[in-house]
Design a protein around this ligand. Structure first.
Ligand SMILES: Nc1ncnc2c1ncn2[C@@H]1O[C@H](COP(=O)(O)OP(=O)(O)OP(=O)(O)O)[C@@H](O)[C@H]1O
Ligand SMILES: [Mg+2]
Length: 377
């Protein structure tokens, strides 16, 4: 819409500029004729009076300079020459004007007879030159409007997405809470009951309850402002991997290495970071068809090498370079049963909640992939 309005006004202003310019041309021609007439007449009759006052003086808009063949200025009109200038300064200013005028229009020659000539230099009136630049001004206004609109729009879209994520997460945590507490009550009842003594079911139930608690904690953390703490990052990674290991095929070999000094910490929210590691590793497992190795390496990286980098490398099918950004879009999946939410969520957790970064650091189709998580120390 803005572009259409812009285009229409540009075309229209151009038309106006052309009309005004034609009119100024006619006016200046008339002015030159009148001048010629006045100069060449000897008597002082009413015609000359008329030409001089009505035509020459009537030009109140077009700047003109009347000069002889040597360039001596004989007269000028409609030019802003400050009164405080001395003779030489005024001369210089007028010659600068002459140069500018010459670049706009060729001067009008006034033949005085006997080979003598005068020149009339002129340039566009202020209104005309303002009108010439007007479309540029308008385009600048439209462009800045477009930029502002773009940012406002993407900001409001992001804000809306945030509300959806946060709202849904809060609601999920809330709804899980009730059955969870009743399950816990049942579990403690079974533990104390002689009927279930020595039964492995009680222990298994406890594990599943613990798992449900973790899930609830994750959702409640993402649904509020999560608390970040300095945590031993190697331990966090190792615990997350230990948890995953037993849940995937035994043909997937996990390794956790640290190039950081022992006990190095990063500011993280453990349940959320575990969720990220889990999502990235699950994708890795999927990408390897259940056979291969997943290596987690901790090292310094990022800004001034002051951040903590967690590189998660798999030996899977890889990601083509053109999809390095796309994989993080919500809804992007290449799996039959995928939602395309794992990486979108992981990126949110790292970038919004930890002020870190998550990106594909390296990948080659058929060889494998490295995702990098950058965290603040
Ligand atoms: N390690 C990887 N190797 C190869 N491709 C990957 C890897 N990780 C992610 N991808 C690609 O990125 C896509 C998006 O991943 P994402 O985790 O966001 O969704 P998903 O795993 O398909 O579904 P969901 O995680 O919601 O169950 C995957 O479908 C896959 O094509
Ligand atoms: Mg996934």
């Amino acid at each position: 819409m803005a572009l259409v309005i812009g285009a229409v006004t540009v075309v229209y202003t151009n038309l106006l500029v052309r009309r005004l310019s034609e009119r100024e041309q006619q006016q200046i021609d008339l002015y030159a004729k009148a001048l010629r007439f006045v100069i060449n007449s000897e008597s002082d009759d009413t015609n000359i009076q008329f030409a001089s006052t009505e035509i020459i003086e009537a030009n109140k808009t077009i700047p003109v300079i009347w000069a002889d063949a040597e360039g001596t200025v004989l007269d000028y009109r409609n030019l802003d020459v400050p009164a405080r200038l001395n003779e030489a300064e005024r001369e210089r200013l007028l010659h600068r004007e002459i140069d500018e005028m010459r670049s706009q229009h060729p001067p009008i020659v006034v033949e005085l007879g006997a080979g003598l000539r005068n020149y009339i230099y002129y340039k566009d009136s202020v209104i005309l030159s303002q009108l010439r630049t007007y479309p540029l001004v308008q385009l600048a206004v439209i462009a800045s409007l477009a930029v502002v609109a773009y940012f406002a729009f993407s900001y409001s879209r992001r804000a809306e997405q945030n509300r959806v994520w946060v709202g849904l997460a809060k609601e999920t945590a809330h709804q899980l809470g009730t059955p969870l507490s009743s399950l816990m009550a049942w579990q403690s009842y079974m533990k104390d009951s002689p009927r279930f003594e020595g039964e492995p079911v009680v222990e298994e139930l406890a594990k599943d309850i613990r798992r449900l608690e973790i899930i609830t904690e994750r959702f409640s953390n993402i649904g509020s402002v999560p608390v970040l703490k300095d945590e031993d990052i190697y331990q966090v990674a190792e615990r997350a991997v230990d948890y995953l290991k037993v849940r995937v095929s035994r043909k997937v070999v996990f390794k956790v290495e640290s190039l950081l000094p022992p006990g190095a910490t990063a500011r993280v929210n453990v349940p959320l970071l575990e969720w990220v590691i889990e999502n990235v590793c699950k994708n890795a497992v999927d990408a390897m068809d259940g056979r291969g190795s997943i290596t987690l390496v901790l090292r310094h990286g990022g800004r001034n090498h002051k951040q903590i980098a967690l590189d998660i490398t798999d030996t899977g099918k890889g990601i083509p370079k053109s999809k390095f950004e796309t994989v993080f879009l919500p809804g992007y999946t290449t799996k039959k049963r995928g939602w395309g939410l794992g990486l979108a969520l992981a990126k949110r957790i790292i970038e919004n909640y930890h002020k870190g970064r998550l990106y594909v650091r390296w990948s080659e189709v058929g060889k494998g992939t490295t995702f990098r998580v950058l965290l603040n120390a």
